[in-house]
Every structure is written in C-alpha cells, then in structure tokens.
Design a protein around this ligand. Structure first.
Ligand code: MSP
Length: 647
C-alpha cells in the first residue's frame, strides 16, 4: 500500500512581534507531528513562515522608523535562529513578501473572479486593527470592543472588492457534516457550525487604506486583504500558480493525502470558514483537518504582546536546553485546551519527569551495563517482560500520536520507563553479577532487555526531544543519529559495543534556589546589590523587586536638545529589536555629537512620561557624581550588541 502524503503547517507568524512561548508551542507541536510521520516513513512535508503584510506591520515599522521589509527581515532572522536552536525540521519557510507567494495569490484571485464570486461595493463596519477583521454589532456588545483583543474597534468605511462568502454557507455546513474530522477538537466543530448556521455575510477582500500588501489585481490603489493573502501561503509555498506545481500536486491534490493546518483557537474562523470558502470558490481541494490548540495563559490571560505578559524562550533554553522546553510544552498542555505557564510548573516537570524519571533510568541502566560488561551486553534477549511492555507502550503511544494527544503519548513512554525500572528492580542484576559473575548469560539477557527498553523509549521520544533521543542512542553505543522507522523495532541495541560516559541528560535543579534566583541562573543572575552595612534592613529589596526593573543596552542613534531646556536631551535609541525615544537630563554635560553612536544602559519598562512636552519611553542610566550629582553616562563596551539584557 502506498503511504499517504502528510502535509502539516503552522500558522504563519506576524512580524510585528518577536517569537514567544505561544509561537514556539505551535511550531514545536507541528515539528513533533512532522517528525512522527517521518518516523513512520510517510512522505511528509512541514511548512512554516511569516505573515508580513498589513496594517499592523505597516504601523509597527513606522513606529520604529524603518521600512516594513526591514522589520520583517529582523524578525525572520530571529525565527530562523530559534528554529535552529529548537531543531525545527521544517522543509520550507514561506514569507508572504516573496514573489512566489504573490504569484499564487494572484492565481487564486483570478479563479475566484472567474467563479463570479467577486464584486465591488462600499464597505462599512466595526473594525479591529489587531485582528484586521470586521465584527458585527452582535459580536462586539455595547462597548464595541474586540472579543479577541479587548480593545476598542473603529467604524471604517471604504469602497472594496467583496467576496460572496454568503454563497458558501450551505456548502460549508455540508462539508462539516460530511467530514467531521475537518475541525478538531470536536467542540470547535460545534462552535463553527453554529457560527455558520447563523448565516454568513459577504466579506471585503481588498483594502485601500493599507499600502503594505499585495496589489489587488485589476484594482489600483487596493491591496489584498491580509487574511486572503496569508491563508494562501499554505498552497503558494507548494508552488501553486508557479511554473512547477509538482509539490502542490503531491501534497495538496492527492485524494488520499492528509493536509493539516495546526493553529491556535484565536484564528479558527479564518481557517475553517474563510479559507475553505476561498478554496471552494477557486475550485481547489480543502485541507483535511484544521487542528486548533488552546492558549498558553499567564495570569489567566492569553499570553500576547498586547497584554504584555509574554514569556520568551531564551532564558529557559539557555539554562535547561531546548528539549526541556519542548517537553514541557507538549506534556503540560492537554492538546486543545488552555494551559498556564509558570516557572514553578516548568521546574516541577523538569525535576520529576526529566531529571528523575528519564535521566535516572538512562543513567542507571547505562551504569549497570558499563560496570558489568564495560559496554553493551553481548547478546539480545528476545523474550522478556520489557519486550511485551514495549509492544503495549508502542501501541498506546501511536494511538495517542494519531490523536495529537501529546501528553498521552508521553505518558505511555513514561509508563514504559517505570516498567523498565520495575523489571530491573525485580531481576536484581547486581545480585546475578555477584552470584554468577559478569559472564552470566542471564545477566546479559536481563540488562539487554533493560537497555533495549531505554533505547526504544529514546526512539519514541525522538519526535518530542530529538537531541535527547540522539544522546540516549549515543549512551548505548549507537551513532548519535536521528531515529528512523527501524528504531522503533525491538533489537536495535548493538551488542558488545563500548558505551561512552556522557554527562547527565538533565541534571537536577534545586527548585527553591532557582525560583528565588539563588542558583545564579535565573534572569537576574547577579544577586541584588548588597545593602551598605549601616543601612537598616528594611531598605533591602528582594530579588523579585529588582527583577521588576528591566535593563538593556542601547545604541544612541540621534540626539538633540529639548528646546527651552538646559538639562533635557531627546535621544533616539536602538534597543536591538525596537527603536525608542528617551529624554535624558544630560544636556548640561554632553553635546549631541558626543552622544550619537554611544552605547548606554536603558530602563526599558518605565511607563511613558512627558518631559517639557516631549514623550520619553525609558530612562538612560548615569552615575550621579559630586555634590551637584552631575550625570556621567555608564558606557557599554562597543562589542555588546544593543538590546542585551543587563542584570
Ligand atoms: N498571522 C496570523 C496567522 C496567519 S495563518 C494563515 C497570526 N499570527 S500570530 O503571530 O498572531 O500567531 C498566531 C499563532 O501563534 C496562533 O494561532 C497560535 O498558534 C500561536 N500563539 C500566539 N499566542 C499564543 C498563546 N498565548 N498560546 C498558544 N499559542 C499562541 O495570527
């Protein structure tokens, strides 16, 4: 039987924000699924990318005084770096500013036009610029606030190209009915079906107020609505509308193929109403499944830039490695539901699941082999309890993976680890060695069963934690290579092979020290400055207070005196990702030309303030010298890039 193609995509991410845990989550989930299907030796393709057009990007770039494409380039390079760190195995990365994408979008629009689904009319309604979408009065409530962003919407009116979405009300409902797997989890299907049953209105798919977009074919001055532009990425990246549509044919047109979009629940409607309707109109096949996961919450709110509660992955990765975070994200969130992100929960899982259950099992079994034989056992046992346990674990693992139930799949592996441990404890190999010597055939059989069990766990963990999986293989005398289909079969452990002694996979961390920053590894690695001996103890602050102040290096790009002020200087500073205006009281000591190009330290999370009518977004640090407290800037060495955290 020919294996069915599996095509899986992440949402394409906006470039007005740097990646945070939420974006990483979607990408890691998709990566895990792609790896799983590759492990099953199915033809797999994994796409991710960035959504670079639209009003929000236009605005963010203007605020930073740079071109939208320059902003996009920066954020894309950040995504590339992070994907490398997390070993994201995407086959392609699409950017909506690429020519190949634009060509495909033009082709989709040409087909929609040909189907008679486009017309021009005046468009009015309540618009959320963060969603780039219109809402009905009913959806907004009396305050007219966006249901996703909880921000005010605005009344917009313009002449637009419209798409006859209303025409697809019945076809969509029929599709949902015939293909219950189209929207997962089921609760979301019910939600969307009831939304569509309420009746669909036509939607405007061109914008004249926005400049940063794909020019709308045949409508000068209009750009393509950003969601039509963005959704099309899933097929333009496969070469739809290009001279070589071979990937498109293979991964989108195969009637047996699976085409899965993984998304967050915030963008469900776009993917399960708009996108299939666009495709129906263009006469193209639909995705087979849209899988909507829940949100990572912090303080009970969706983690997002606009709320200001995001967790960036850098610190956790620097301290615990990318696999620990991959594991946490996949294990902690019941797929489809919301989950809370906290350092405490992360640490608890790290110590209990990774350092203890996984790490200790690996090191215990490896040590027993090394101590007994100086390497792996000389023969493979082919009849033992571990083998039976593995066939059950593998079945559960695979069933869970098919269901995208990552936590359940991991639980199956963890149960198997417990069984391996139980087997070792029951067989007491240390006693066999003492009684029968290291040459004992029974000792070889017992330890080969345990070691093979650990190796198989590593194979099942490969989609989740590829680097850890390779390290476990290496520990048991195998090449540190990626798992393949064969890795899941009993008997892959090499016999009589030396085993290198590698450092612990996940060294245990003292949770209390870590959480209070005492182990010197939390964000604020430096302990708070010690209070002078004479200071009353009440003056001292805890690390948590110090952590509230965010300090970063910045490069001064421009400086000019604030008119009518002797003291104030208006500075434009580059914070790496962002440029800002900061007003500093240093004009009596420094001339503008002494400042430009200088690297300084800035408090980045001060509330904006107006100084002599000029807005200041932050504060530059300076030592206060002498009686008069004359400011002396704290210079940062030139090789420290702007945006580096100061702690
Ligand atoms: N550009 C659109 C998607 C276009 S797809 C054709 C967009 N981009 S986004 O940058 O806002 O990222 C959206 C996706 O990031 C969400 O759908 C979700 O997959 C992920 N997440 C962003 N914040 C999240 C959480 N707090 N929690 C979980 N995932 C979240 O929307």
């Amino acid at each position: 039987m020919k294996p069915k193609p599996f095509y899986v995509t992440t949402p394409i991410y906006y470039v007005n924000d740097l990646p945070h845990i939420g974006h990483i989550y979607s990408t890691v989930v998709t990566d895990t699924m792609a790896r799983y299907h590759r492990l099953l030796q199915e033809p797999t393709r994994f796409l991710t990318g960035t959504d670079e057009h639209g009003q929000n990007i236009e605005k963010a770039a203007a605020e930073q005084g740079i071109a939208p494409i320059a902003l996009a380039d920066r954020v894309v390079s950040r995504y590339h770096d992070l994907y490398k760190t997390f070993e994201i195995s995407n086959d392609d990365f699409i950017r909506t500013t690429e020519a190949r994408h634009r060509r495909g979008v033009e082709e989709i629009i040409a087909r929609m036009e040909k189907a008679g689904d486009l017309y021009v009319a005046r468009h009015e309604g309540w618009y959320c610029s963060s969603c780039e979408a219109f809402y009905t009065e009913k959806e907004l409530g009396p305050e007219k606030r966006c249901p996703v962003h909880d921000r005010p919407t605005t009344w917009e009116s313009e002449e637009n190209v419209f798409f006859r979405l209303s025409k697809y009300t019945q076809p969509l409902l029929a599709h949902y009915g015939a293909h219950p797997e189209f929207i997962r989890p089921e609760t979301r299907l019910a939600e969307m079906a009831s939304f569509v049953k309420g009746g669909l209105s036509d939607i405007s798919i061109s914008r004249s107020k926005v400049k940063w977009g794909i020019p709308f074919p045949g409508h000068p001055g209009h750009v393509v609505y950003v969601w039509l532009d963005a959704l099309s990425n899933y097929i333009t990246a496969l070469g739809f509308g290009s001279p070589d549509p071979s990937l498109y044919r293979r991964f989108w047109e195969d009637p047996e193929g699976r085409r899965v979009h993984l998304i967050g629940k915030d963008i469900l409607r776009f993917h399960t109403v708009f996108w299939p309707a666009f495709l129906m109109s263009a006469g193209l096949p639909l995705p087979t499944t849209v899988w909507a996961h829940g949100w990572w919450l912090r303080d009970e709110k969706k983690m997002s830039k606009s709320v200001g509660n995001v967790v960036r992955p850098d610190e956790l990765v620097a301290r615990f490695g990318p696999d620990a975070l991959r594991y946490f994200l996949l294990r902690e969130m019941a797929f489809g539901q919301d989950a809370r992100f906290s350092d405490e929960a992360f640490l608890a899982r790290y110590n209990a699941d990774l350092a203890n259950d996984l790490g200790n099992t690996v090191s215990r079994v490896a040590a027993l082999c090394r101590q007994s034989f100086g390497g792996t056992p000389r023969e493979m046992s082919a009849d033992n309890e571990v083998m039976t346990a593995w066939s059950e674990a593998r079945r559960e693992w695979q069933a869970a993976m098919e269901d995208w139930a990552f936590a359940r799949a991991l639980e199956a592996v963890w149960r198997f680890l417990t069984q391996i441990n139980g087997y070792v404890v029951a067989q007491e190999p240390w006693k066999i060695r003492k009684k029968e010597g290291a040459d004992s055939a029974r000792l070889h059989r017992v330890l080969s069963a345990a070691a093979e069990g650990v190796r198989l766990s590593a194979a099942a963990l490969w989609p989740f934690m590829p680097a850890t999986s390779r390290r476990i293989f290496e520990t048991f005398g195998l090449p540190a290579a990626d798992a393949t289909g064969a890795s899941l079969e009993w008997g892959g452990l090499p016999v009589s092979t030396p085993m290198p002694e590698l450092p612990a996979l996940f060294p245990r961390v003292d949770a209390a020290d870590y959480l209070t920053g005492k182990d010197g590894t939390m964000s604020d690695a430096t302990p708070p400055p010690a209070a002078p001996a004479a200071a009353p103890p009440d003056d001292r602050i805890g690390i948590e207070d110090f952590q509230k102040v965010r300090l970063a290096t910045a490069k001064i790009l421009a400086a000019e005196r604030v008119p009518k002020s002797n003291k104030l200087m208006r500075l434009q500073v580059d914070l790496g990702f962002e440029q800002r205006q900061v007003v500093a009281g240093i004009a009596a000591q420094y001339a503008p030309e002494q400042l430009v190009g200088r690297n300084v330290v800035v408090v980045t999370n001060l509330k904006p303030a107006k100084l002599m009518g000029v807005e200041s977004n932050g504060m530059v640090l300076a030592a206060s010298v002498g009686e008069a407290g004359a400011p002396v800037l704290l210079d940062v060495p030139a090789d420290v890039p702007p945006g580096s955290k100061v702690k």
